[in-house]
Design a protein around this ligand. Structure first.
Ligand code: NAD
Length: 488
């Protein structure tokens, strides 16, 4: 297949980067060049911000129904093109095509539809005051006005899914957007750009600048006209963005890394379906989901029996060509990420871990001979303090850790710099409430995983996040509240 030549979206047009520099984008399943992506710089960002600024007054005064209609239209166009989007997402990221088709692209459609609907039902507050005598009072009402130009920066693991999760609320709330997808997985953002033109968004309302983090991302964060940054990615990048944005007094929303526990109590209902979910929570998308449970805490009284049933399932997972319908795990996203995961496994062995299954690359034949595949890996024997259990690996690696009782489970789960998502498995209702309340995480799933309602606050505590996305939280982030007090 000839490589794709990608583009930026600036002022309603698909354009090459000003400096005409390009990055190679590889297909993870084959290692071959899939696309050439603009290696844009601060000049391209400046063009995009200028276009967004020109468009801002018009867009912020566009009736809400019209903004919602355009978001709906974009959702429809993506849905009509679902198969092509899914194929491109799978090619670009290495994830199974079936997953892109059932999760990534439908969720991008839902993000757009959800915020199109939510903005139309979104109200603001009013506070009435009495002033001590009959007939005298005041009314406060809160205007929630768009910020102007906002920046949205997203990672490679759920490319279109997370990109639209930011763009949709920003646009719905009346902001104009300069968005930067990951340079590792830039492809579907270009298709989105094409469809945004076809949907009829006015020029400059949505701009997409492709390129590397230290050039495009940094320029976006530094730009004085960009009022807020919504970022999803690693904690290290989040810290760099926070440091740049702080003296500029920019709003930031940071969704970052995790080291999530899945806690299995002895009283859990370990039906086949639930065990499948526990396995999925570790290995879906090759473990490259920020919400994946990589620390599997299991009560000691059931540890051995659980381990055998769990291992049997993990061993049955198929690592293969992402195009094949039977594939459970595709390729890791890049050579660099593959190398990182292999280094983490070396470290685990050096620290004395027992590798119960996996632990090695998988070499496929044919089309995928050059791909970056890793076998689903289960290890045990390391304390929670080991680097394997403290650093985010972001690959198909789960670490089993036994615990004695509820207090120890909570202590182990919370003994982490991160606090994104925890899942717990128990049939004891009181325990479920008690443990959920005691966990220092932004999201707790009980007897489920990755069950998402877009109205709920989404995000992490500690080094996993600052602020929340989702529902009204996202709309609040992308607006400035202004209180107006009228005395009568
Ligand atoms: P990353 O931090 O390397 O990159 C994320 C984005 O930031 C990319 O678009 C990148 O180009 C950009 N970037 C890099 N340096 C920048 C800078 N100095 N200024 C501005 N932008 C910059 O992360 P990644 O490797 O793409 O993604 C994996 C990480 O994302 C993992 O840590 C994962 O946990 C996290 N993640 C978190 C969530 C969440 O909701 N909390 C969701 C998905 C992924």
């Amino acid at each position: 297949m000839p490589s794709l030549r990608l583009a930026n979206l600036i002022d309603g047009r698909l354009v090459a980067p000003r400096a005409d520099r390009w990055l190679e984008v590889h297909e993870p399943a084959t290692g071959e060049i899939l696309a050439h992506c603009p290696d844009s710089d601060a000049n391209d960002v400046a063009d995009a911000v200028a276009a967004a600024q020109r468009a801002a007054p018009g867009w912020s005064h566009t009736p809400i129904e019209q903004r919602a209609r355009l978001l709906q239209r974009l959702a429809e166009l993506i849905e009509q093109d679902l198969d092509a989007f899914a194929a491109l997402e799978s090619r670009d990221s290495g994830k199974p095509l079936a997953l892109a088709r059932s999760l990534d692209i439908p969720r991008a459609v839902s993000n757009l539809r959800y915020f199109a609907a939510t903005i139309q039902g979104w109200g603001s507050e009013s506070h009435a005051m009495a002033l001590g005598q009959p007939g005298a009072g005041a009314i406060n009402y809160t205007l929630r006005q768009p910020l102007g130009v906002v920046g949205c920066i997203s990672p490679w693991n759920l490319p279109l899914y997370l990109f639209t999760w930011k763009i949709a609320p920003a646009l719905a709330a009346g902001n104009t957007v300069v968005a930067k997808p990951s340079e590792v997985t830039p492809c579907t953002a270009v298709r989105l750009a094409e469809l945004s033109i076809a949907a009829g968004f006015p020029p400059g309302v949505l701009n997409i600048v492709q390129g590397r983090g230290p050039s495009v991302g940094q320029a976006l964060v530094e730009h004085p006209r960009v009022k807020a940054i919504s970022f999803t990615g690693s904690t290290a990048t989040g810290a760099a963005i926070a440091a740049t944005a702080a003296p500029l007094f920019k709003k930031v929303s940071l969704e970052m890394g995790g080291k999530n526990p899945a806690i299995v109590f002895a009283d859990a209902d370990l039906s086949d379906a639930n065990l499948d979910t526990i396995v999925r929570s570790g290995f879906a998308n090759q473990g490259e989901i920020c919400l994946c449970g990589s620390r599997l805490l299991v009560q000691r009284s059931i540890y051995e029996g659980f381990r055998e049933r769990y291992l049997e399932r993990v061993r049955a997972l198929v690592v293969g060509d992402p195009d094949e319908p039977g594939t459970h795990l595709g390729a890791l996203v890049s050579q660099a990420h593959f190398d990182k995961v292999m280094r983490c496994l070396d470290q685990a062995r050096a620290d004395g871990a027992s590798v119960l299954c996996g632990g090695e690359p998988v070499r496929l034949q044919g089309r995928c001979a050059g791909g970056w595949f890793v076998a689903p890996t289960v290890i045990e024997g390391l304390p929670n303090t080991a680097s394997t259990n403290q650093t985010e690996i972001f690959g198909p690696v789960a670490s089993l850790i036994p615990f004695e009782d509820e207090a120890e489970a909570i202590a182990l789960a919370n003994d982490s710099a991160y606090g994104l998502a925890a899942s717990l498995w128990t049939q004891d209702l009181s325990r479920a409430h008690r443990v959920a309340a005691a966990l220092d995480f932004g999201i707790v799933w009980v007897n489920c995983w990755l069950l998402r309602d877009l109205r709920t606050p989404f995000g992490g505590a500690k080094q996993s996040g600052l602020g929340r996305e989702g529902g009204a939280e996202a709309l609040a982030f992308f607006t400035e509240p202004k209180n107006v007090c009228i005395r009568y």
